[in-house]
Design a protein around this ligand. Sequence first.
Ligand code: G3H
Ligand code: 13P
Ligand code: ZN
Length: 309
Amino acid sequence: MLISPKSMLEKANKEGYAVPAFNINNLEILQAVIEAALEENSPVIIQTSEGAIEYAGMEYLGAIVRVAGELNDIPIALHLDHGRDYNLVKKAIDSGFYTSVMFDGSSLPFEDNVLKTKDVVVMARKKRPAIQVEAELGAIPGKEDLIHVSRRDAFYTNPEQAEEFVEKTGCDSLAISIGTAHGAFKFTDDPSLDFERLKEIKKRVKVPLVLHGASEVNQEIVKIANSFGAKLGGVKGVSNRLLSHAVKLGINKVNIDTDLRIAFDAGVRKFLKTYPKVFDPRKILGPAKDLIRQEARDKMRLLGSSGKA
Ligand code: G3H
Ligand code: 13P
Ligand code: ZN
């Protein structure tokens, strides 16, 4: 059974650790993440973006994650990541697959974000059991818009607004902007996060806090990818030191996609270069799955979710 992330995140909030949320696009990534969670005895949130749904279809993705929930005796939730399209969010809520959705109104003016998020909360609360709603206040830059760190604070979450936003919308968790960015190019200079802002938000906001754009961009894995033909120059992520400090200050859900993508890329490239005569997809994808599983396990240990299933 897939479960609601409510109890997972509330426990994490109370005990001071974070639950990892991994983006999946296909069966292999899902299996690798689930194996990691089993090996670490960790709760896990599986999430699908609008892009993943466009690629593989909500029904296919929902079905494989449901099976993962039925076969494995650990807490697994299915979450819609960055739902910007109201109709898609509604479809996910009505599908019976998702136990949680994100409505991402972060590009909207404050009042519009409040109204639209509240609408989704009302719709999600009507379901039995209720579907959880993650909201976002303050934009987290995307892959397309690399913004110099000195200008990023224009996007950061305002702590007073965050308090008002959560009160007005009734959302179950809040994604905040404190300096992270999506993708593999997160920082043009020294990586840093606005920890003072995080502390202030944590004082004012009682629902679990979510950190997007949290991938480390593991340089060892990047090296493997590059040595087998990738051209990932200048990629830089959130160091383990910064991420574990963010968790210590109160982050309870951490979103990871890029780290799994780079692991997938490194595994496939290495295999294809090493075994040019092999064309069996099961063999080609095996090493990629292993690298993803290892990345996911490392993340669970770092976030403190290992042993919390
Ligand atoms: O938030 C972004 C996630 O990494 C999903 O990326 O939209 O390319 O699937 P995607
Ligand atoms: P990364 O690109 O850092 O992995 O972030 C993923 C994310 O925030 C998905 O919502
Ligand atoms: Zn995100």
